[in-house]
Design a protein around this ligand. Structure first.
Ligand code: ADP
Ligand code: MG
Length: 253
């Protein structure tokens, strides 16, 4: 298991947003987390990525307990995320936005070598550039690499965010509703990107409402309702699970 949540609970004042959540994510797989609005899905992403410390329980990532660690330390350990709302540098090009992610793993570009224009720094910048371009190819945005990020349609900005997170060379990437606001062809790009990400050895954990996408790419699906995990299984089994059907009945599905 690359990621394991052990009896994780999270309280916001008197509200218990998560109750004793156990989730295991196998390395090299795509795991989806689904559930009605308010179920606690984003809170799970937030406790895994250090936005909130869990109130109780443990979060193990790549062999160590990371519960409550600050975000920058998690990125160094190989954990990346995207946000539900895009955080983009609008004035910069698409490629430059991805290169920002690359500076997480590059170390030589500190101030002194940069002003001396050392060869190693130039080589490193070249590596970051090439890797960023490869990540853009992964999400199908290499053709718009030199356009201004702010001019991209919303759906492509979301794909750019995935490329930018991938530029940190993560072992695990967490995506909060990556298909939200995507049109049909962008959904296909995302689907291909998810497969390519796993192909590169990065494990995927995503919160997603788009059932067709979830069912077609996931190896494993976890289902939440009002702060508890109600089911887990392969995509084919989940849709037949009575507890899952009950949770979604009468709600938007
Ligand atoms: P989901 O992503 O499944 O729609 P959330 O994880 O965003 O659900 O929310 C789960 C519950 O926790 C909701 O009742 C929500 O209002 C509450 N909640 C989430 N974040 C906070 C916060 N920062 N402060 C207080 N309550 C929160
Ligand atoms: Mg949410």
């Amino acid at each position: 298991m690359i990621l394991e949540l052990k009896k994780v609970s999270k309280y916001f004042g008197g509200l218990r947003a998560l109750s004793d959540i156990n989730i295991g994510v196998e390395q090299g797989t795509i795991t989806a987390l689904i559930g009605p609005n308010g179920a606690g899905k984003s809170t799970i992403i937030n406790v895994i990525t250090g936005v909130h410390a869990p109130s109780q329980g443990e979060i193990h990532f790549d062999g160590s307990n990371v519960g409550g660690l600050p975000r920058h330390q998690l990125v160094e350990k190989g954990l990346a995320r995207t946000f539900q709302l895009t955080k983009m540098f609008h004035g910069m090009s698409v490629l430059e936005n991805v290169m920002v992610g690359g500076h997480h793993w590059a170390h030589k570009s500190t101030f002194i070598p940069v002003i001396l224009n050392r060869k190693s720094v130039r080589q490193e910048e070249e590596q970051i550039h090439d890797y960023a371009l490869e990540m853009l190819r992964l999400v199908g945005l290499d053709k718009v690499a030199h356009e201004s990020a702010g001019t991209l349609p919303h759906g492509q900005q979301r794909l750019l965010e995935v490329a930018r997170s991938m530029a940190t060379r993560p072992k695990l990437i967490l995506l909060d509703e990556p298909a939200a606001g995507l049109n049909g062809s962008e959904e296909d790009m995302l689907k291909d990107a998810l497969k390519a990400i796993v192909g590169k050895g990065t494990t995927v954990f995503m919160v997603e409402h788009h059932m067709k996408l979830v069912m077609s790419v996931s190896d494993n699906v976890h289902v939440m309702d009002v702060g508890t995990k109600i089911a887990e299984g392969a995509p084919g089994e989940i849709g037949k699970n009575p507890a899952v059907i009950k949770a979604y009945l009468g709600k938007e599905y």
